[in-house]
Structures are given as C-alpha cells and as structure tokens.
Ligand binder design. Structure first.
Ligand SMILES: [Zn+2]
Length: 529
C-alpha cells in the first residue's frame, strides 16, 4: 500500500515537473524498456532517484544532459544469484558487476546466507556501496546452526527452531528461502523438512530458490523435487543456475524443461536462472568428494581421509566423480581457481597439479590429488562439464532469467570463473548479436523485468515513469565479455554509462565517485529503509 501511495505521489510529481526540474536527461536513446517490447526511440528524464518522463523528445533543460547517440538504454540488470558478500566490503564499488550494467545484486543463494541477516544488512547499510543489494535466507546456514553437519532428521524442537529462524530472516528483509541440497548439510535434509521451511517463507511473501540436490545423474529427479517443494509449500520455486553436469547426462535439459513446462501448465509458479558458460565453479571438496565423507564437518572428513579403509572408498567415488560428473571425464577439465594454502596453484588444472606432485596423470591419481588438495586446506575449482546445447536450450526457455552465480571480484586476485565479469554482457554479445539465439529485447527482459517480478520489486526492472532510475546504456554492436577462463580479470566492453538510483556510477570507461547503492529489503520487513 505504501508503495502504491509513493508511486502515485511520484507520478504526480512527474506531471508537475517544470523545465530545469530534471537532474539528468538521456537524449537519443534506443529504449529497450525491459518488458520485452520492441525498442523505440526516446529521451529519459530523471529527477532525484526516479524516472520522471520518457518521451520521443524532451526539450526542457536538465542539470546534466547525456546524448547517448542511439545506444541502447535499458533497465539496470538484476542479478538474482551472487556470492557478493565475499567481496562487497573489500570492493564496495563492485566494479566487475557495475561495468556490465548490473545495478542490483542478490546474495544468500545455495542455502548459504549471513545469519542472522539484520546485523549484516546494518553493516552493509553503513558501508557506501555502489549497486543495490538484497538477500535470501539460507536453509543450509540455518540447519548448520541448529542441527550441525549431521546426517539425520531434525527433531520436532529443532524443526520449530528452524521455522522461527526462517521467519526472523524474512522479518529482517530476506526475499525468500534458498537451499543448496547438493551441499552439506542440505544434502542431509529430507524434502519434507525443506517444504516445512519453504512454507514459512511463502506465507511471508518469499520465494524458494534452489541449488538442487543433483545436477548430474539425478538432475531430472532434482527438478521434480524443486517443483514439488514449490507445489507443496505453496510458493514460487526457482531452479537456480540450471545446468546438466557430466557428458553421460547431456541432453537431459529436454526432460527438465518439459517438467518445468508441465508444472507451469498446471499452475505451479516454477522458474529458472542460468549463466552462459559451459563450466561451473564450486569447492573441490563439494565437487569431487562424496557427501558422506563430509558429514560432521572438516575434522571428521580429515579423520576419514586418514583412515586407509574410508580413504580408499573416498578415492573410488572421487574417481567416479571425475570420470562421470564435475570432472568432465578428464583431469584437465578441472582447474584450480584459488587455493589458500598455495596461491600458485590458481589457474593450473588437475592434470598439471597431479604431474607436479610426481604422479602419472590418470583419473585415479587425479583423485589422489583432489584428496591432497582438500587435506591441505581446500581449493575453489572450475569444472568444464556442461554442453553448449543444454546451455542454449536452457537460456532461451521463456521461464529462464539470467543470474551470474559470481562474486564481487578483487581485481587480479586468483583465477576465478569469468562469470563474475562477463555473464550479462556475454548473453548480449555472444548469444544475442553473434549467435542470434534470442532477440535483444528478450535478453534484457531476462536480466531486468523478469528478476524484478520474481523478487517482487515493484519499482525496478522496467524503464517507466515513476520507477527507480537504475539504467544501463550500451552499444549493441560492441557489447561483449572480455573475461576468459585463462584471463578472467577483464571488464565488460561496450557499456558506456550506468546509473543507479538516479546517479551516474560509471561513465566513459571509468567508475565515478558516486555510491548510491541501497540495501533492498524483502516483503516482510516492516521498516523498508
Ligand atoms: Zn550454487
């Protein structure tokens, strides 16, 4: 209601705007408004943090005018899946995102969020950041706090406690519940327990978003589970970073997308997000060691790796994961992104690291090396095990939006997945312009109006009078990713200007001093800001 009143007020303010009232005027734009409608030519006037007028030609003067010279003027992109809390305090300007036109980043995916959320939001609000910032509350973080990393059912008391923590997370401002059922302790969580917690989030206006239990052999069943959780708990449900891992399972996206279509046809609000790369990134431990070996936490894992019997079992299962799943069938398809115990390993593949340790390069020896890396302290890895066909099929599906699964990068540090620098511009450059896989307007809609609708942001994601002025301006003939797996620290090309809450944060190839980013709170937080 308050938002409605605010919008009415802003609309009135727009109607009464006098010459010179505008703070910023964007002239000669090719407006791609986010709704998916064909682009049209127009000017955009901004006052304060709000779009106050869009018209074919606005002639009144403004404090500042930018002639965009026929470039695309689009809503700023909303990234629904990021691990931005790792870097936002180190790099509050989030250059790698903003330079792509991303104006809002969402944390807390994969079941992992700050807990509790309120102090995290307070710290964030006290930090001057450039992009807007939102978060989910994580099922895994909650279960770890209440049950630990044990493979067992929660007691009724524990379940009640977890329900309460979901409610608190929503009251603190989460946009819903995320899960990472692939990870510990998500993998130990029965579906019914997730349904129970998701129902709490749904009652308070939240959504459910899941890194599924299995993205390889069990991917079809995992999509079924994700749909069932939304259906039984009565809330929107989203398969996050949807992909098919492992050559043996390539092509399964035909089945998974059919399940999504069928669910939607019977009224289940099931959606997807995806990034445009054929490699994923997570820890070597989660990707290449079986979950049972991780039960109870790192100490227990180390004990199992020290015990000859369990070590052999772990090694056999790790070899199978390298052969059929995230290892992509070849140790060269696994690359270290960062290893705290030895930063020099970043960028080297598992075959090279195995050889460096004096072992012949076999899948069994690669499993030995993976276990060694885990024992030394663990590494983040990149896993080339996704097919281009599945990627494209998922990307063009109408229920798919774009999300990076990336992080706020510290420029030059480690050899991370290029998705943090390139996701959005790669879709616009490679998949829209070069491969003509989807129209520009559709791609922009998947990056702006669609995620805004999914989160329930009524005032962002579309270029329209009365909405917040989050805007990305780019050259459709030049927009591209330049970050590669070998050299990921490379900014987007072809984006000329980025505006957040009415302030120019990036222009003519450089970040400005403005840091207008806001913490955006979910539907159940009483005081909005
Ligand atoms: Zn994930």
């Amino acid at each position: 209601m308050r938002r409605l009143v605010l919008c009415l007020f802003l609309a009135c303010a727009a109607l009464s705007a006098q010459p010179g009232d505008y703070d910023l005027l964007l002239r000669n734009g090719r407006i791609v408004d986010g709704t998916g409608s064909p682009w049209y030519r127009g000017d955009v006037a901004i006052a304060g943090d709000t779009i106050v007028k869009i018209a074919p030609a606005i002639t009144q003067p403004a404090a500042r005018t930018i002639d965009v010279g026929g470039m695309v003027v689009a809503p700023g992109f909303i990234d629904i899946h990021t691990h931005a809390r790792r870097g936002i305090f180190q790099v509050p300007t989030a250059d790698n995102y903003v330079r792509q036109g991303v104006t809002t980043i969402v944390e807390g995916p994969d079941g992992s969020s700050p807990l509790p959320l309120r102090p995290f939001f307070e710290k964030l609000a006290a930090t001057k950041i450039t992009p807007n910032f939102a978060s989910f509350i994580g099922q895994g973080s909650i279960r770890t706090a209440v049950v630990g990393e044990a493979n067992r059912q929660a007691t009724p008391d524990e379940l009640e406690k977890m329900r309460r923590m979901v409610r608190e997370g929503m009251e603190d401002g989460a946009f819903g519940l995320s899960s990472g059922l692939f990870y510990v302790p998500g993998t130990f969580t029965p579906t019914a327990e997730v349904v129970d917690l998701a129902r709490e989030a749904g009652r308070m206006g939240g959504i459910y978003i899941s890194h599924m239990r299995d993205e390889a052999r069990g991917v079809v069943d995992s999509v079924r589970e994700t749909i069932a959780i939304g259906e039984q708990a009565g809330l929107p449900t989203q398969v996050t970073h949807h992909k098919i891992i492992g050559k043996m399972y390539w092509g399964k996206s035909i089945e998974t997308l059919k399940l999504i279509d069928e669910a939607r046809a019977r009224g289940v609000d099931a959606t997807i997000d995806a990034y445009p790369y054929t490699a994923s990134s997570t820890s070597i431990t989660a990707a290449l060691l079986p979950a049972w070996a991780q039960e109870g936490g790192r100490q227990e894992l180390m004990k199992r790796l020290d015990n000859p019997d369990t070590r052999e079992k772990i090694k056999a299962e790790s070899a199978a994961l390298i052969r059929n799943e995230r290892g992509g069938g070849d140790p060269r398809n696994v690359v270290a992104a960062s290893c705290r115990f030895d930063p020099s390993l970043a960028g080297k593949n598992l075959a090279e690291i195995t050889a460096k340790r004096g072992l012949s390069v076999t899948i069994e020896n690669a499993a030995e090396t993976a276990m060694w890396m885990v024992m030394e302290g663990g590494c983040q890895g990149i896993f080339h095990a996704i097919s281009e066909e599945d990627l494209q099929r998922i990307l063009v599906h109408p229920a798919t939006m774009i999300g990076s699964d990336g992080e706020v990068a510290v420029f030059g540090e480690n050899v991370p997945h290029p998705r943090s620098y390139g996701t959005f511009v790669r879709v616009l450059g490679r998949y829209v312009r070069e491969l003509k896989l989807l129209p520009l307007e559709t791609a922009v809609q998947k990056m702006s109006a669609f995620p805004a609708q999914r989160l329930g942001l009524p005032d962002r994601g579309v270029l329209k009078q009365g909405l917040k002025a989050d805007i990305a301006i780019f050259d459709p003939a030049r927009v591209a990713d330049t970050a590669t797996f070998e050299k990921p620290h490379s900014y987007a090309a072809g984006v000329s200007t980025v505006i957040i809450n009415g302030e120019v944060v990036f222009d003519k190839g450089a970040m400005t001093a403005a840091r207008p980013g806001r913490v955006i709170y979910g539907p159940a937080r009483k005081e909005q800001r």
